[in-house]
Design a protein around this ligand. Structure first.
Ligand SMILES: *Cc1c(COP(=O)(O)O)cnc(C)c1O
Length: 426
């Protein structure tokens, strides 16, 4: 029996309607930007395996460091104990994070990094004896799949079955080009109505990933952040997707003049090797918990918090970010995307092309709209899989979000396949 046949008997896949989905492709090996199936066919990973892989599959440097760590110390509980790789990781992250960040809290994935952020901001006010419990988020945002993260995510099909149990959040529009004023006035209106009850504002800086690579400008976000700051609203940058070079800088928050109070990381933190989440916070945040009063403790943790193997993968990945070749690659991908955007001009079936750093998104002109469930999405996916290129459109939006190790030639393969797709369409 093939791997996919065995899989179909026992597994349940994420975001997959098991009845109608095609059988999963059994991948047995990865190298650089390529994944290989049981029959030896190569698939070009143009979306970094769900946005996590930055440094290439089966990266030899990370593999070596992880193997070393496994033989030295595989795990130790992180309350009452510490270990070298957690300390090193926190020290190194604080060197690259926005300057005001002072503490690192570790967890397991992007959703937990966000849960930690929400709980920290709410308890921050509680510890200070101030009653504030409202959170503001963007319409269409995606912050993860646990209940807190779902609550602060845009309402839609993914959360519909749980909607009655999600806590109440105020949503404002994303300040995309032309909508900056709308977004600002919505924020001001909420502040006016609720005055002193707003605890925090959470946002995906510059790019809303899951809702279709929606992009907006740093100045527009800065304006919102300034209002938050002057109204004592804590700001949480969810950089789970945008962190670790994705937008051209280490963190997207570097594009803004206002540093966030809290920043969430995951996905690229281990270069795409292992699950790890991290939530960084300012010193002021930390100080609100630092007390003789035990009730001011941050009561949150996971069994695998600060797992040494995951931390060593993250440190090894940071070694790769220390090399200037990595940043040359990030810049080169951005330039290639901008040139590719010019090749896409003039196709009637294209509504919009947008780029930021290593991400390019192409929005199709379709009657079906942007639904994640549109048939067009499935047919585009199948089209590229048949060409052995992994692209997973978000509704009618095709995007490329590659590992930084992708070669110029391999990226051109993806571009040529997309051009061919549009030529066949028109
Ligand atoms: C993927 C993602 C998350 C959730 O991360 P998981 O590791 O999948 O739980 C949260 N926020 C953003 C912006 C994301 O892109």
């Amino acid at each position: 029996m093939s791997l996919s046949d065995r899989d179909l008997k026992v597994l349940w896949h994420p975001y997959t309607q098991m009845k109608t989905a095609k059988a999963p492709i059994g991948i047995v090996r990865g190298e650089g930007a390529w994944l290989y199936d049981e029959d030896g066919n190569g698939y070009l990973d143009a979306i970094s395996s769900w946005w996590v892989n930055t440094v290439g599959h089966s990266n030899p440097h990370i593999a070596e460091k992880v193997a070393e760590q496994l033989k030295t110390l595989e795990h130790v509980l992180f309350a009452g104990f510490t270990h070298p790789k957690a300390v090193e990781l926190a020290e190194r992250l604080l060197k690259v994070l926005p300057k005001n960040q002072a503490r690192i809290f570790l967890s397991d994935n992007g959703s937990t990094a966000v849960e930690v952020a929400i709980k920290m901001t709410l308890q921050y006010w509680s510890n200070k004896g101030i009653k504030k419990n409202k959170i503001i988020a963007f319409n269409g945002s995606y912050h993860g799949d646990t209940f807190g993260a779902m609550s602060i995510s845009g309402r839609g099909a993914f959360v519909a079955p749980f909607e009655s149990l999600l806590f109440d959040v105020d949503f404002i529009d994303v300040p995309v080009s032309g909508k900056e004023e709308v977004s600002l006035s919505q924020l001001n209106e909420i502040i006016e109505k609720q005055k002193d009850n707003i605890a925090a504002f959470i946002y995906e800086p510059l790019i809303q990933g899951a809702s279709g690579m929606i992009m907006y400008e740093p100045e527009a976000l800065d304006d919102l952040l300034k209002i938050c700051r002057s109204n004592s609203i804590l700001t949480i940058a969810d950089e789970v997707m945008t962190g670790f070079g994705r937008t051209g800088k280490f963190f997207a928050s570097e594009y803004m003049s206002i540093d966030p109070d809290i920043l969430c990381m995951s996905k690229g933190i281990t270069g795409g090797t292992m699950a790890l989440g991290a939530t960084s916070s300012s010193a002021a945040m930390y100080d609100a918990f630092y007390a003789d009063d035990k009730l001011k403790t941050f009561f949150h943790g996971h069994s695998y918090t600060a797992n040494p193997v995951a931390c060593s993968a993250a440190c090894a990945s940071l070694d790769i970010y220390d090399e200037k070749e990595t940043w040359i690659a990030v810049e080169r991908i951005g330039i290639q995307h901008l040139n590719f955007a010019k090749r896409l001009e003039g196709f009637d079936s294209i509504k919009d092309v947008r780029c930021r750093g290593t991400i390019i998104a192409i929005e199709l002109n379709t009657d079906e709209g942007t639904s994640y469930f549109s048939n067009i999405r499935d047919s585009i996916y199948d089209y590229f899989i048949a060409k052995r290129i992994i692209l997973r459109p978000l509704g009618n939006i095709i995007y490329i979000l590659p590992p930084y190790v992708i070669s110029e030639e391999d990226l051109n393969l993806v571009y040529d396949a997309i051009i061919e797709f549009f030529e066949n369409k028109s």
